[in-house]
Design a protein. Structure first.
Length: 571
C-alpha cells in the first residue's frame, strides 16, 4: 500500500495537505482498503496530477502523461494488451535496452517484479495518473483489446480458428469463453460511449476493417479498436441483436429494436437499428438518457425574451405549434419539455410517435406500426375519439397527416408536431408542397420554430480569442454589435477530448404567425419573403440567436457558421 508513514510525512512537507485532511484521508484509506492517493483525490483535497506528481518526487521517479507524447509502434508491440490492462501499466519508450513503463503504484515492488517476470525484460518505472494510463491503453491498443487478445489466445491454444455458427435456435460461438468475452466487449463499447457523452454509436463493417465511431456533441469521432476485431463482427452483431430482442438469423432485412440499460445510477434507452451491407450488417445505437427528459424549457437554452414568448404560445387553447430542423437538432426534446410543462391533471394529452423516445408519466403515448397500417394519420383519427386537449404528432410527413393535424386544431385541440425544413418560414412552403391549402395553414398555425444544437465552449480550457473579421462579416455582425462582446474558445483538454467544446445548447428562430404573416401565406408568397417580414417584425434568425450566445462566450463564431450554413437564406 502507498499509505506509508514516510509518504505521509512527504505530503506534509510539500504542503499538499494539512494534518487534519491527511488524517481524514488515512482513516478513509484504511477503512476501505483503498490506496491513499486515490482517497485524497476522491475527497477533493488535491488534483489527480498534483498528488501523483508528489508521489513521483517521493519515489525519485519521473512523472509523465503518456497521452501527451507519441509512443513508437515497436514499443507498443512489446507489451500485449491483456498484460498492460491486467497489471495497470502502459509502455512509454525503450531506453538503452530497458523498457520504460508508466505505473500509478510505484511503491508496489511485487507489481514491478511480476511485470519483469511476465515480459522477461528489464524495466524502468515512471509515474502517471490512473486516468492517463487508462486513456493511453485505449488509445494505443483500442477499446476492448485485452478481450480480443484473450479470445485469440484461447482459440490458438485450442488449435483451431474461431467459427461463428448462426442458428435459428440461438448463437453458437464455439465455447463459453468466447461468448463471455464478446459480451464483455459489447458492454465495454456501450459503457465507454455513455461515459464519454455519446449520442450515437456506429459499428460499420468494411472489406478489411471494422470501424466504430461515436457521435459526441453532434460530431463523429473514430474510436480506436484492435484490427483483429473484424473477425468477430458477426458475433458482436448477434450479441447486440440478442440484447435488443431481434431476429439473429435474419441478415437480409433492416431491423429495429430497443435495449434498456442501467449503468451506475443512470438509466438509458438504447435504440438499435441494423442495416444489411455487402460486408455484413452495420449497427447504429442511439443512446437516450432518461435524465434528459426531465429538462425544462429553461434548461434548453431559450433566451429570457424568447422563453416568455414561447410560454405565451403554450397558453393558446388550440392551433398548431411546429418545431423544424434536421435530424438530431433536439426537436423531440423541445416538444417533450413543452408537454411536461402542460402536463396537468385537468388536461388529457395523447401522442403518436415513431419511435417513442421516452415514457412520459401521465401522458398517453402511441407507437406507429407501418407494417400493419397503423401510421400517423390513423393514429390522429383515433386520438380524436378519446377527447384529448393536447396532441403531439411525432412528424408531419405527408398530406394525410397534415390534413388530420389541421382538422384537429380547427376542432379545438392544441397540436404539436415537427417538420424537416431549414428555417422557420420554410414550414409554410413544406406544407403547401404537401397539398395543404394556404388558408388552412394561416388559420391554424400559431408559431413555427426552427432549432439547431451548437457546441458550447469547454469551461475547463476556455480562453479569450479574436475571431476573424471575415467570419464576423459572414455572420452579419456590425461594428456596433461588437461592443461588450466576450469571445472565448476552448484550447483543447482531456475533458473535451481536445476539441475545445463540451456540451450543447439550442439556438432558436421563432416565427409567430401574425396577421401579416397569415396574409402573406394566403397570397402564397415565398418563404424568403415571409422570413424577411418576420425579421422586420423583430424575429431573430438562427444566426442572430447564435450571435447572442457568441457574445456571452458560450460558443464560437466558427460553430454558429458551421451549424447554420443551410438556414440563413437571406445571407
Amino acid at each position: 500500500m502507498i499509505a506509508s508513514a514516510a509518504f505521509e510525512r512527504h505530503l506534509l512537507r510539500e504542503d499538499l495537505l494539512t494534518e487534519d485532511k491527511l488524517s481524514r484521508a488515512v482513516r478513509e484509506a484504511e477503512r476501505n482498503g483503498v490506496p491513499l492517493v486515490e482517497v485524497i483525490n476522491q475527497l477533493g483535497f488535491a488534483t489527480s496530477e498534483g498528488i501523483y506528481q508528489s508521489l513521483a518526487r517521493f519515489c525519485d521517479m519521473k512523472y509523465v502523461a503518456p497521452t501527451k507524447s507519441p509512443i513508437p509502434k515497436e514499443v507498443i508491440e512489446k507489451v500485449p494488451a491483456r498484460f498492460a490492462t491486467h497489471y495497470g501499466f502502459v509502455p512509454v519508450e525503450m531506453r538503452n535496452g530497458t523498457l520504460v513503463i508508466a505505473v500509478s503504484d510505484p511503491l508496489n515492488s511485487h507489481l514491478l517484479d511480476d511485470i519483469r517476470l511476465v515480459l522477461k525484460q528489464r524495466i524502468e518505472a515512471v509515474v502517471a495518473t490512473p486516468e492517463e494510463i487508462d486513456k493511453a491503453t485505449k488509445a494505443l491498443y483500442g477499446l476492448g483489446a485485452d478481450t480480443v487478445e484473450r479470445i485469440l489466445s484461447d482459440n490458438e491454444h485450442a488449435g483451431s480458428t474461431v467459427r461463428i455458427d448462426m442458428r435459428s435456435a440461438g448463437m453458437d460461438l464455439g465455447d463459453e469463453t468466447i461468448d463471455a468475452s464478446i459480451i464483455k466487449f459489447v458492454n465495454e463499447l456501450i459503457s465507454e460511449a455513455i461515459k464519454s457523452g455519446t449520442t450515437d454509436v456506429h459499428i460499420e463493417p468494411f472489406e478489411d476493417e471494422l470501424r466504430v465511431r461515436y457521435r459526441i456533441d453532434g460530431v463523429l469521432h473514430q474510436t480506436p479498436i484492435p484490427g483483429s476485431i473484424r473477425g468477430f463482427h458477426s458475433a458482436i452483431v448477434s450479441r447486440i441483436k440478442v440484447m435488443a430482442n431481434l431476429n439473429i438469423a435474419e441478415k437480409r432485412l433492416p431491423q429495429d429494436g430497443k435495449i434498456l440499460a442501467t449503468i451506475g445510477e443512470g438509466r438509458y434507452d438504447l435504440r438499435v437499428s441494423v442495416l444489411p451491407t455487402p460486408h455484413g450488417e452495420t449497427i447504429n445505437i442511439r443512446i437516450l438518457s432518461r435524465a434528459s427528459i426531465f429538462m425544462t424549457l429553461e434548461d434548453l437554452g431559450f433566451l429570457p425574451a424568447d422563453l416568455e414568448q414561447f410560454n405565451a404560445f403554450l397558453r393558446k387553447p388550440h392551433g398548431i405549434i411546429l418545431v423544424t430542423g434536421p435530424t438530431g437538432s433536439g426537436k423531440t426534446t423541445t416538444l417533450y419539455a413543452s408537454l411536461n410543462k402542460l402536463n396537468q391533471m385537468d388536461r388529457k394529452t395523447i401522442t403518436i410517435e415513431d419511435p417513442i423516445e421516452y415514457q412520459l408519466k401521465g401522458i398517453t403515448q402511441m407507437q406507429v406500426l407501418p407494417q400493419i397500417g397503423f401510421d400517423f394519420a390513423m393514429g390522429l383519427r383515433s386520438m380524436l375519439r378519446h377527447d384529448p386537449d393536447i396532441m403531439m404528432v411525432g412528424e408531419i410527413r405527408d398530406y394525410e397527416t397534415a390534413e388530420m393535424a389541421i382538422r384537429s386544431s380547427l376542432t379545438g385541440h392544441l397540436v404539436f408536431s415537427t417538420l424537416h425544413t431549414n428555417d422557420a418560414a420554410g414550414a409554410v412552403t413544406r406544407l403547401t408542397d404537401m397539398g395543404v391549402e394556404p388558408f388552412l395553414i394561416a388559420s391554424t398555425l400559431i408559431v413555427s420554430i426552427a432549432q439547431r444544437l451548437v457546441r458550447k465552449v469547454c469551461v475547463k480550457c476556455a480562453e479569450p480569442y479574436e475571431p476573424l473579421a471575415e467570419m464576423l462579416k459572414d455572420l452579419g455582425v456590425t461594428a456596433d454589435e461588437l461592443e461588450g462582446a466576450v469571445f472565448l474558445q476552448g484550447r483543447g483538454c482531456d475533458h473535451c477530448r481536445h476539441t475545445g467544446y463540451s456540451g450543447r445548447v439550442a439556438i432558436y428562430e421563432i416565427l409567430p404567425f401574425t396577421s401579416e404573416i397569415k396574409e402573406m401565406t394566403v397570397r402564397r408568397e415565398t418563404s424568403p419573403a415571409i422570413k424577411q417580414k418576420g425579421r422586420q417584425s423583430g424575429m431573430r434568425t438562427l444566426r442572430d440567436s447564435g450571435w447572442m450566445r457568441v457574445r456571452k462566450g458560450m460558443t464560437t463564431v466558427e460553430e454558429i457558421l458551421r451549424v447554420t450554413v443551410d438556414s440563413d437564406v437571406l445571407g
